[in-house]
Design a protein around this ligand. Structure first.
Ligand code: SF4
Length: 477
């Protein structure tokens, strides 16, 4: 059978001078999740399997419309684009169209209106079950399947957690990936474990995939790291030799995380790594020493907020004092801290952007990602804010303001994000980074400087609209 996998973009990738050397505003590395499913599907060797990621290439429509099955995976920000692609394929081909991914899992009814089947939850096993049914002409009926039968919505719930999560994604199944891997804006990625034991109110991941932490064997993870490095580096001259471990909470299983680091060290892999971390890792000196030794020069910390009230309001176990202590101790081990921040909590007022920027500069945070809160059905944050969402499509969920905050207007909040970005990525700080920073750190800051300019341009374009709806909603100017 001819099987095609599509990762919708937002909007589709267009090569330009702007994105050759800097972080393009839309360029993303194709997600390991969908490549993993394509790899599993290709496992029996008889089917013709190919994936398109609109983050790196256009779709070749003659090819896709001729497929027997098309799998489309959607995140929230790419949901509308995914629905457009699914509708187009259904109207113009005989392919069985299947949707899955984080957003389809949380909004299966919405997704099912655009496709024949939704695979809800992790699809490592159900993808094969569905292909087998279609191949044999049988009616699929198993856990993890959702569909509309006429007007009736049939929901067989989430798939059982897969027993085997050791598949090493075959990046060569993704069209154009090898060529695009030469861009310094793209990094090799490896997803080593799944699940997180915490339960932050806004976290779509835990709402979709649960709190049970599941790990791959350290040997399997490091095999994957070696193959990802090989894929990116062979035949390319890359300035940034950096690999991103994309786990949401790599340190949830401490013994396992240490075993992975020891395996990296034992195999003599010389590379830079980055991984997301909660603040607790900053109190674990043994772990920090191993991280440094293994090549982790940076941790991306989900700092999120700077006020204890915001942590409390959003069900996040954390405090300002602990964050600060953790950052300092990580830096003491000569590891940089990148900050992931959220604005728009119900306690946030004007000045939140400036306060954030001052914190970043004062505490020598190496770079930032600042996002306004967003709310996905299925999360506690959605339930408590669903009457205060700005009407619009899902594609605005890329860090823009998408709700009516309690103490600040949507217009002012978006301006706060712009202010924070402008202060952190000022020309003065760029010059200082060029003079004082070295190696990957310098290249990253320069790339981020230009990337943040394009982010701010996007945010600014919406200000007149946000001003209008803020006025209409009765916020004071
Ligand atoms: S710690 Fe991170 S991954 Fe875990 S629930 Fe909170 S936001 Fe989600």
């Amino acid at each position: 059978m001819k099987l095609r996998f599509i990762e919708p973009g937002n909007p589709p990738y267009r090569p330009s001078v702007e994105n050759l050397f800097v972080y393009d505003k839309y360029i993303r590395t194709p997600s390991t999740g969908l490549i993993t499913l394509a790899t599993i599907a290709a496992g029996n060797g008889d089917d013709d399997v190919l994936m398109y990621s609109e983050s790196i290439s256009k779709i070749i429509w003659e090819d896709v419309l001729d497929a027997d099955m098309v799998f489309i995976s959607i995140f929230t920000f790419s949901a509308d684009r995914g629905y457009y692609l699914a509708d187009r394929i259904r109207q113009n081909s005989k392919a069985v169209v299947v949707m899955g991914g984080l957003h389809a899992t949380l909004c299966p009814r919405e997704a099912a209106a655009h496709c024949h089947y939704v695979l809800s939850g992790e699809g490592d096993e159900t993808v094969l079950q569905l292909i087998d049914c279609i191949r044999k002409g049988k009616t699929p009926d198993f856990e993890g399947l959702c569909l509309f039968s006429g007007k009736e919505f049939i929901d067989r719930g989430r798939a059982c957690l897969p027993k085997n999560i050791e598949t090493i994604p075959d990046n060569s199944l993704c069209y154009n990936f090898k060529k695009m891997a030469g861009h310094n804006t793209m990094w090799p990625q490896v997803h080593a474990s799944r699940g997180c034991p915490h339960n932050c109110d806004y976290c779509a991941l835990v709402a979709a995939f649960g709190r049970k932490v599941r790990t791959r064997s350290p040997e399997n993870v490091v095999d994957n790291i070696e193959s990802a490095i090989d894929f990116f580096d062979k035949g390319h001259h890359r300035l940034t030799r950096l690999l991103w471990i994309t786990d949401d909470n790599f340190f949830a299983d401490r013994q396992w995380a240490m075993a992975v680091l020891i395996e990296i060290i034992n195999r003599g892999i010389k590379y830079s790594f980055t991984v997301q971390a909660r603040y607790e890792v900053g109190f674990d000196d043994e772990m920090l020493e191993l991280l440094k030794k293994a090549g982790f020069d940076e941790l991306a910390m989900g700092i999120e907020f700077l006020e204890d009230e915001a942590f409390r309001l959003n069900g996040k176990k954390s405090s300002y004092e602990e964050i600060l202590r953790s950052v300092k101790n990580i830096q003491k081990h000569n590891i940089r801290v990148r900050g992931l921040f959220i604005v728009g909590a119900d306690n946030h007022t004007e000045g939140v952007g400036k306060r954030l920027a001052e914190f970043v500069i004062h505490n020598n945070i190496s770079g930032v990602l600042i996002q306004s809160m967003y709310f996905i059905p299925g999360t506690a944050a959605y339930e408590s804010h669903k009457d205060r969402l700005i009407k619009g499509d899902w594609s605005r969920c890329i860090g823009k303001v998408v709700h009516y905050p309690e103490k600040i207007s949507p217009y002012c909040l978006q301006k706060e994000i712009i202010t924070a970005s402008r202060i952190i990525y000022s020309p003065k700080r760029l010059i200082s980074a060029i003079i004082k920073k070295r190696g990957v750190e310098r290249i990253l800051f320069m790339g981020e400087y230009f990337w943040q300019q394009s982010v701010r341009r996007e945010l600014k374009k919406e200000l007149p609209y946000l001003k209008k709806i803020s006025r209409e909603a009765g916020y004071e100017e």
